[in-house]
Design a binder for this molecule. Structure first.
Ligand code: TXA
Ligand code: MG
Length: 353
């Protein structure tokens, strides 16, 4: 399949591109597009064939449900059978934005979209290209992150091209995304709201509307940096898969600053002595602290780190690095979301000093 690559240019008339992209979605094709979190791989959420194509293009297990993206709150009526009143309040405050809500699905939403579940995940993305694409397609758009299954989520159109060229109909390039980690997921179908995936919004942000939000124990495990207990099944099926994994072995080193630096330098020296090319993911420190290895700085604030982490993991894949040490990134508001991704990328390998 030939993948058409189109760049959306601000202040220019992109109507013809959107009309073509919208038509592709309506006839059951796939279009990758930017959102404020990561790039998504979109298809008609109400067409089971489109959802099957998404799984095939990504190589994704079909029990891992997709998020339906909307541009207008009225589209909830096409997707959700029973809209809880708190959903309206959350939508008012957080949409468009990086929040996904799990609710009971309408009969018309195919099980192919929801991974066989009776619930559906919905969000309204805060990105003009995503919103225009949904508008022109006149459909809710099912979109997982636009990466091959298991790889880091794409934060630039070039990442999507690397993973999915020849496997999808079109890529809309809208530049680098702003946030860089996927949306926060809240399940509203239980007796109490539950956080299924940490993201830009944290549980405190929902206090006013939802009161206390439970945290899926499978998520809490990963966030605290321990390997998830295999007996705890995450409520978001996608959270059980290994994700974001770079080709190199990745370990996280956590603890007091000076000790962390020492430990990283010690590990790198050992690996280099064994002939293995090494890399370090730093967190805004002076690169002179790390005399050995290929240094990639994630940035000194949590927001910079979120925006750069997935791209850094991909950059290492383009080198012959065999071993990477990353500093703990749990500091700041986005620390939980970052450690959740980093721990998965490291398959839970964390060294505390
Ligand atoms: O920021 C985002 O959410 C991005 C952009 C493209 O919107 N999308 C994204 O999709 O991260 P994906 O497919 O990579 O992750 C969706 C997650 C998976 O962990 C999946 O299991 C969970 O959402 N999910 C979807 N529907 C669900 C449902 N009905 N119940 C529980 N979890 C669900
Ligand atoms: Mg994903």
């Amino acid at each position: 399949m030939n993948t058409v690559f189109k760049t959306i240019t601000e202040n220019e008339d992109n109507t013809a591109i959107y009309e073509e992209a919208g038509r592709i979605i309506r006839v059951g094709g796939l279009v990758a597009f930017p959102t404020e979190t990561v790039y998504g791989l979109g298809g008609d959420a109400l067409n089971k064939d489109s959802s099957q194509k998404i799984y095939a293009a990504k190589g994704r297990p079909s029990d891992n449900p997709l998020i339906a993206h909307i541009c207008d709150i009225a589209q909830l009526d096409d997707l959700v059978s029973d809209i809880p009143s708190c959903a309206g309040d959350l939508a008012q405050k957080f949409w468009p934005g990086p929040l996904t809500l799990i609710m009971k699905k309408k009969a018309g939403v195919p099980y192919e979209t929801t991974g066989g579940l009776d619930t559906v995940a919905v969000r309204m993305p805060n990105h003009p290209v995503a919103l225009d694409l949904i508008r022109y397609s006149q459909r809710p758009i099912a979109a997982p992150s636009a990466n091959l299954s298991g790889r880091p989520s794409p934060t630039k159109a070039s990442h999507v091209l690397n993973d999915l060229n020849g496997r999808i109909d079109m890529i809309l390039d809208g530049g680098s995304v702003g946030i860089g980690v996927e949306s926060t997921i809240i399940d509203l179908t239980g007796s109490k709201p539950m956080l299924l995936r940490p993201g830009y919004y944290i549980t405190d942000d929902f206090k006013q509307i939802l009161g206390d939000v439970l945290i899926d124990p499978a998520v809490a495990n990963i966030t605290s940096g321990t390997l998830p207990d295999e007996n705890i099944k995450p409520k978001a099926p996608g959270m059980k898969y290994r994700h974001y994994a770079p080709k190199a072995e990745l370990v996280i080193v956590s603890g007091e600053d000076k000790k962390v630096t020492e430990k990283i330098n010690e590990l790198i020296s050992q690996k280099e002595a064994a002939g293995i090319k090494c890399g370090v993911i730093t967190a805004g420190e002076d690169p002179a602290l790390y005399p050995k290895g290929l240094i990639k700085d994630a940035g000194s604030s949590d927001e910079e780190r979120a925006a750069s982490l997935f791209a850094i993991l991909r950059e290492f894949d383009e080198t012959d690095t065999g071993f990477i040490c990353a500093r703990d990134l749990s500091e700041g508001r986005l620390g939980n979301a970052l450690m959740n991704r980093l721990c998965k990328a490291a398959a839970g390998r964390i060294i505390r000093v």
